[in-house]
Design a binder for this molecule. Structure first.
Ligand SMILES: Cc1cc2nc3c(=O)[nH]c(=O)nc-3n(C[C@H](O)[C@H](O)[C@H](O)COP(=O)(O)OP(=O)(O)OC[C@H]3O[C@@H](n4cnc5c(N)ncnc54)[C@H](O)[C@@H]3O)c2cc1C
Ligand SMILES: Cc1ncc(C[n+]2csc(CCOP(=O)(O)OP(=O)(O)O)c2C)c(N)n1
Ligand SMILES: [Mg+2]
Length: 626
């Protein structure tokens, strides 16, 4: 059958099982948009920015496990995609980006809206293509989908010249099955490596499983739990591994790393064996590499050989898909109790729990941690996806929302892309329309892609958007507080009235300034048919604890100062924290700064005298290392 290159694009997308694409038109991609009208089975979502289209495709991919698709025109359309592509690359998210390109004869002439987008995206794609003939479109697109989803997933860009879209070619889907002999997503470990790994597991006294996003991608939750249960190995999760094993499982200690739980980092530092499953030893996870897990042998189960021995030298690497590898390992793992190790961990946990996540009566202030924790309580019995942006709110979400399901937290980990959450949540909603989708976003990141509220309105989507509004670029402010003597250069943040902004898009806006209003507000949002945008006016100068300063030893954490108490949960209002002295409580009541009503329009750094006393970093570090 003879079709135009543009028609072949849509035929291929249908055969790849694509039902929705996110895009923005322009001259060089116009033939493809024109052909789209013949293919009503694919829903096109008109975004408000091409970055949004890539994050939507990414959010769709992360929520569904399928390949997400984004489309843009040449030049500025394509370059606007770069941040979203890099975000997907860092977190191994399978997306295919299709860009229009100037006509093949004009290539290299600085033609109108010409950018060498394959050159630009070479380092941030798993692979990319420039297609100049209609006859290559089907083969390339089929390869692109295969590459995006196989092995270690990732983004693939296909740049198609305008004449390749306009001219015709024979379309034969069967004839273009991918044949890529140099691409080996199916590598396997040797029997001797399996034997060594099993021996290390069976002989370990203090093992810890490091559970990463690869567990979610492989769908290996049950096997990981079986390994942990049989051999009684505690599990620590990375930020992107959250949800891979239920937060409620007694085997799951919680998050590791820079803002991980203190006892988790301590357990890793004291372990004699780390079993790393689908995680890549990011620097936010290891801290100082020289002192990382000094007593531990290391087993690394990884699909991508280039990750092995990259940051952390390991004793055994088992290359392959986690499910296949664990199928081999599990029958050979001996049941064990490891009671001493669990007793030790329980002792560390008790100490940290009291210091870092303290429960106190509601004192009238609104802390971000409250909002997150109340949100968790109100939504935990629903099938909920939370999509977070980047910053303090992202870390509080990781700490105070307890995820039970894989793919229930979607967040930009590796690139840490502000502006990710709102568009990624739109993609997640298209992937899982039956699920309740919450956006947890800072006032800074929200303003980066808030134009996508118009996409929400046009598509009549039901989302819930929780803006954690501290009138600061909070995470940067925290670093300035700890490491730059509180010189808040360029971090106080002016924002619009978010309630009015939501209303301007025809959505509902709600402002919440008090703790006791949170749960009702969340419940009200449920019964509301359309999207609700919350402006949660939270404490402005709160910090995320614990914190491993960049490059410090993993267990040299800055801990929440004892006097700096934080209310943990809504249900704990009658509960007195053991050992919480009344002086600490009254100090908080006296000096904790309520978010002023007009904070939004007057990004104020409170006068020094009114700020809560803070311990300087040197003292904190000295204390932590003691
Ligand atoms: C402000 C901020 C603070 C952060 N703080 C923390 C923190 O405190 N703690 C923390 O953990 N992270 C933190 N992060 C995130 C961090 O930067 C990394 O993104 C994260 O640690 C990576 O987690 P991962 O290795 O599990 O996932 P990925 O980076 O996605 O790596 C997954 C690995 O699994 C492999 N894999 C994929 N599929 C399979 C399969 N089928 N079989 C086998 N292997 C597979 C991949 O090849 C890859 O190497 C923070 C990020 C930000 C923005
Ligand atoms: C696109 C982008 N620019 C800059 C940064 C650096 N950065 C990391 S966190 C942060 C502050 C985020 O502020 P906000 O969105 O208000 O969230 P908060 O930390 O206050 O919760 C900044 C600027 C980034 N991660 N991404
Ligand atoms: Mg903020």
């Amino acid at each position: 059958m003879k079709l135009t290159g543009a028609e072949i694009i849509w035929e291929c997308l249908i055969r790849e099982g694509v039902d929705v694409v996110f895009g923005y038109p322009g001259g060089a991609i116009l033939p493809t948009y024109d052909a789209m009208t013949k293919y009503p089975q694919i829903h096109h979502v008109l975004t408000r920015h091409e970055q949004g289209a890539t994050h939507m495709a990414d959010g769709y991919a992360r929520a569904s496990g399928k390949v997400g698709v984004a489309i843009a025109t040449s030049g500025p359309g394509a370059t606007n995609m770069v941040t979203g592509i890099a975000t997907a690359m860092m977190d191994s998210s399978p997306i295919v980006c299709i860009t229009g390109q100037v006509g093949s004869r004009a290539l290299g002439t600085d033609a109108f809206q010409e950018t060498d987008v394959t050159g630009v995206t070479l380092p941030v794609t798993k692979h990319n293509y420039l297609v100049t003939r209609a006859s290559d479109v089907a083969r390339v697109l089929r390869e692109a989908f295969y590459l995006a989803r196989s092995g270690r997933p990732g983004p693939v860009l296909v740049d198609i010249t305008k004449d390749a879209q306009q001219s015709t070619a024979e379309f034969d889907w069967e004839a273009v099955a991918p044949r890529l002999p140099g691409y080996r997503p199916d590598l396997r470990a040797l029997p001797s490596e399996y034997a060594r790994a099993v021996e290390l597991i069976n002989s370990a006294q203090r093992p810890v499983i490091l559970c990463g996003q690869g567990v979610i991608k492989a769908g290996a939750t049950e096997q990981v739990l079986e390994l942990a249960q049989t051999a009684r190995v505690p599990i620590a999760v990375t930020l992107l591994g959250i949800g891979a094993v239920p937060a409620s499982s007694p085997l799951n200690l919680g998050m590791m790393g820079m803002h991980g739980e203190a006892w988790v980092n301590q357990a890793i530092q004291q372990a004699d064996l780390l079993i790393a499953l689908g995680m890549r030893f990011d620097d936010r996870v290891t801290g100082n590499l020289k002192t990382y897990a000094p007593h531990a042998k290391k087993i690394h189960v990884e699909i991508d050989p280039s990750e092995v021995n990259k940051n952390v030298p390991v004793d055994v690497a088992l290359i392959g898909d986690l499910r296949d590898v664990l199928d081999e390992v599990l029958p050979r793992v001996r049941a064990a109790e490891r009671a001493d190790w669990w007793t030790k961990i329980a002792a560390m946990k008790g100490d940290s729990a009291v210091r870092d996540i303290q429960a106190l009566p509601d004192n009238g202030h609104l802390y971000a941690a409250h909002v997150i924790n109340d949100l968790w309580r109100a939504t935990k019995d629903r099938d909920t996806i939370v999509v977070t942006d980047v910053g303090q709110h992202q870390m509080w979400e990781a700490q105070y929302y307890r995820h039970e399901q894989p793919r229930s937290l979607i967040t930009s980990g590796g690139l840490g892309t502000m502006g990710f959450a709102l568009p990624a949540a739109i993609g997640a909603k298209f992937a899982c329309p039956e699920k309740e989708v919450w956006v947890v976003v800072g006032d800074g990141g929200f303003q980066m892609t808030s134009c996508e509220l118009a996409t929400i309105a046009q598509e009549k989507l039901k989302l819930n958007v929780a803006i954690i509004n501290n009138a600061f670029l909070g995470m940067v402010r925290q670093w300035q507080e700890f490491f730059y003597d509180k010189r808040y250069a360029a971090t106080p943040l002016l924002g619009p009235d978010f309630v009015k902004l939501a209303e301007a898009y025809g959505l509902k806006g709600v402002r919440v300034t008090r703790r006791r209003e949170v749960t009702d507000a969340v419940e009200d949002a449920r019964v509301e048919g359309g999207t609700v945008v919350f402006d949660f006016r939270v404490e402005q100068e709160e910090s995320v604890f614990p914190m491993v300063p960049a490059g410090a030893d993993l267990d040299a954490m800055i801990r929440r100062p004892k006097r700096d108490v934080l209310v943990e949960t809504g249900a704990d209002t009658e509960w007195q924290m053991p050992g919480a002295d009344s002086a600490a409580v009254s100090e908080l009541t006296l000096t904790g700064a309520p978010a002023p009503a007009a904070a939004q329009l007057r990004p104020s750094v409170q006068p020094a005298a009114k700020r809560r006393p803070r311990v300087r970093l040197r003292r904190k570090l000295a204390k932590a290392s003691r």
